[in-house]
Design a protein around this ligand. Sequence first.
Ligand SMILES: [Zn+2]
Length: 81
Amino acid sequence: MGEDRPMRCDLCEGKVEEKLISYTLFYEGHWIIVENVPAKVCHQCGEKLFAPDIVEKMQNIVWSKQRPRKKVNTPVFSLSV
Ligand SMILES: [Zn+2]
């Protein structure tokens, strides 16, 4: 596609780097973690940018209610008293 200018963050214009991240989302009362998600992560503000096809893949995973690869216990903290 001939895009040779460095990617910049939409929010702060910081440098972004392509990484595999774990993406967490809250869906129908459960936390879901999707591992190995390719994202562009901003060095400055931590904003994560996903390519449209990646977003679509994640939605498909969540909506298809497929059996997860594994389950983890997630410690939950709250600052409310
Ligand atoms: Zn940023």
